[in-house]
Ligand binder design. Structure first.
Ligand SMILES: Nc1ncnc2c1ncn2[C@@H]1O[C@H](COP(=O)(O)OP(=O)(O)O)[C@@H](O)[C@H]1O
Ligand SMILES: [Mg+2]
Length: 260
């Protein structure tokens, strides 16, 4: 069927644009690691699903670009901001390491440098993008990933608080619930011994048009996955950048969660 894909307009981070495929779901350009991650979690680790958007599978769409039609693959995932009047979203890049297990040397060095220069290395999390609705001026403010990279370790908690600042007051009543959810996420990730969540985004979001305790939600989403059953220690020759502690859970991610 033919239908226009509308650009998803509340994206605060990421590399590629997303599209609305319905009023509930988004199309995100396919990344095989991400698809495998959703499928493995659905099969083996249901407990993490509550921290993931619903995953509906892969679609192939004919996309028109400069008079050419190209077939492109997308994953279809739940739109977490559906129905929100004023979506406020904070994208946190988690972990002390960002490069995947198949990274080239060049990629590894550039990612390591970014980690060194940002809070990724020192606290295991960095701000990636943010949008916050200010009731006082009826405007939404944006911070991009470059602003996020410039946040120092000392300023980090202050910047996080600005996500709860609606221009009139700090919505601190959201925080206790978020801490409970982060702790739950911690205990789940601690048991994901064969997974690596390099470069994954943890999204915090709420509807800025509402200011009641019930609507806080926090959401986490992972992109890169590494499954050591697939690449056990005998197979390291095939992997350019193996994890340093293959039999442990993702310690860099847990470090970031603890600091959050
Ligand atoms: N399920 C979702 N619902 C609503 N917004 C989303 C969802 N997933 C991602 N986003 C938005 O898109 C941005 C980029 O998403 P992300 O999955 O981190 O992309 P990438 O894998 O390229 O880093 C996020 O910062 C967020 O604003
Ligand atoms: Mg991301």
């Amino acid at each position: 069927p033919k239908f226009p894909l509308k650009l998803y307009s509340h994206q605060v981070g990421g590399h590629t644009p997303f599209f609305w495929i319905s009023d509930k779901a988004l199309c995100k350009p396919l990344n095989n690691n991400e698809r495998d991650f959703y499928e493995l979690i659905n099969k083996y680790h249901h407990d993490l699903n509550k921290f993931l958007p619903k995953y509906y599978g892969v679609v192939i769409l004919k996309v028109k670009k400069h008079d050419n039609n190209a077939l492109k693959k997308f994953i279809v995932i739940e739109d977490l901001t559906r129905g929100f009047k004023k979506p406020c979203v904070l994208d946190l890049k988690m972990g002390t390491r960002q490069h995947g297990v198949f990274a080239t040397k060049k990629k590894r060095l550039s990612q390591e440098r970014k980690c060194e220069l940002t809070t990724s290395k020192s606290i295991g999390v960095r701000m990636c993008g943010m949008q916050v609705y200010k009731t006082s001026t009826d405007t939404t403010i944006f911070h991009n990933k470059y602003q996020g990279r410039n946040v120092s370790k000392e300023r980090f908690s202050h910047e996080i608080l600005s996500f709860f600042d609606n221009g009139e007051k700090l919505l601190v009543h959201y925080i206790p619930d978020i801490i409970i959810q982060l702790k739950e996420l911690y205990s789940i990730v601690k048991n994901l011994k064969t997974f690596r969540l390099y470069s994954s985004s943890l999204l915090l979001y709420y509807d800025g048009a509402w200011d009641t305790k019930n609507d806080t939600e926090i959401h986490c989403k992972k992109r890169e996955q590494y499954n050591s059953e697939k690449y056990n220690s005998n197979d390291y020759v095939t992997v350019s950048c193996p994890p340093s502690h293959p039999n442990e859970p993702d310690l860099g991610y847990l470090f970031g969660l603890k600091n959050l």
